[in-house]
Design a protein around this ligand. Sequence first.
Ligand code: SAH
Ligand code: SF4
Ligand code: F3S
Length: 444
Amino acid sequence: MGNRQKLVYIETLGCQMNKSDSERILGILSSIGYDETEELRDADLLIVNTCNIRQLSADKAYSRLGRWGQMKEHRDIKIAICGCVAQQDAEKVFKRAPYVDLVFGTHNIYELPNLIKRTETETNVCSIHKKQFEADETAFTPVRKEGLNAWIPIIEGCDYFCTYCVVPYVRGRQRSRKIEDIIQEAKNVVKQGYKEITLLGQTVDSYGRDFNDGKTTLALLLRELAKIEELLRIRFVTSYPTDITDELIETVRDLDKVYKYFHIPMQSGSTEVLNRMKRRYTREEYLNICNKIRSQVPNVTITSDFIVGFPGETEEQFQESMTIIDEAQLDYSNTASYSPRKQTPAATWKADYIDHPTKKRRLQIINAKVKDYSLHSNKKYEGKILETIVEGIKIENGETILTGRSINEKIVHAKGDFDESVIGTLVQVKITEGSHWCVKGEVV
Ligand code: SAH
Ligand code: SF4
Ligand code: F3S
């Protein structure tokens, strides 16, 4: 190590799993003398943590590298790429971007100290092998972003191989973390002052299945975590529809600290399309799961994801994605138009590809629907009281407004008389107005 602290700039693209990985990467780098900087021009090491879910995300990664490559002509910096594009492209990255010093995959972040050292004497260092490195998690502390919420990954990878999706290829098979390790990490973050945790996994509700011990489930984990006294809130994302058990629904209903919130991507409202996507449920089964949750958990919020323009999707099948939003009362949905991904089966169905203008039109139509439904969903709460965790306060036109999250995952803006000390506490908010993307009210 030199006589001054080195600085790392990390840009994170993609999902919360990637954001959580970046926090771990910063923790590991801190143990070898790197501090994070938000200033690109100060950094000695630049890292882009990439997402590969759609072509646009992957393109973004290479455009960052391009810009950084130009900076390298004038300054002595190291450039690294990791995450889901790095995992799939491996050495091919160097063909497109020869100035890159280090490519490391999604299973290789614990090797970083050694990899960084190698870049001092070698060019084009690459480590993407998938053998899980037995990490000593106590050797470093993730450098988390400030705020109330801490992300805790509980499952890596995915076993489902939906025909459009790159995740199993870039993140590997499902591996649940040990329950003791998760509980310990939760206790640590609470000690650091975090009030809320978000448990992460691509199919988070299948937690523990790979242990085959007949007892470790997400419900059990939630019950254990709820015992941590100063922890106020727990959420989990993302749920796979058919892995939501009665035990899980009852646990969400019964534990006060657990968000009354399920994110359950449906992807398509058409059973035929679901079949070709290799999702393991029909339209009716998805609907039944939503109905069951609504009948058990009052005020529950259910959100979803949809892909439009999947190969072969007819106009009628697209309309089935529109109608399910009403039928299943989906409070909000993320939407995307289908993007072919390398290695995935659907990408080879070229004859069935939907043309770009059609995909674009369907996306606009479904987005308008989602926006309408979101307003409708938020209006349902007018007159009701929602318990809210306060995330921040701001002054607007001389009035103090707090921002926070209700127990059913709505963004809340509320008027009241309070100061900074209210941040991180629970308040009761009477909702007076539901708007498109939030609910507004007054603290009671
Ligand atoms: N594990 C989650 C989804 C993870 S990927 C699940 O099973 O639902 C996040 C979202 O990206 C998906 O829900 C899907 O809507 C979208 N997505 C994934 N692959 C895509 C592709 N090839 N084209 C467009 N959208 C895609
Ligand atoms: Fe991708 Fe399907 Fe796994 Fe979700 S369940 S990560 S969509 S393969
Ligand atoms: Fe993207 Fe990888 Fe997440 S592909 S969505 S960053 S798991």
